[in-house]
Design a protein. Sequence first.
Length: 105
Amino acid sequence: MRFLNICINTVILSSQYNPPRFIELLMLSLAIAMLGITTIVPDMAYLVLGLSFVVGASISILVREWISTIAHVNPPSPQRFITQLTALLLLGISIYGFADLIRTL
């Protein structure tokens, strides 16, 4: 019970400390769950919802990084470059998934 209390307090503190990152983490976690369900249950609704979560989270990450670059909040770092590259990769894969889904319908 104590472990569960620690986990809940950690989630609450992380959501208060940096809400945009918490929402992005939540969206990516739900996307992983929806895309995992799609492999078990071949329903297009889970696939569309999972890809939508990925698109939303990756655009949110790119906008957040772009704003922090313009405002000079954080100096350029390799971690920022990897974050932007990963977000672009996820965005490309999800757009390709949508295009393939539209083509097959």
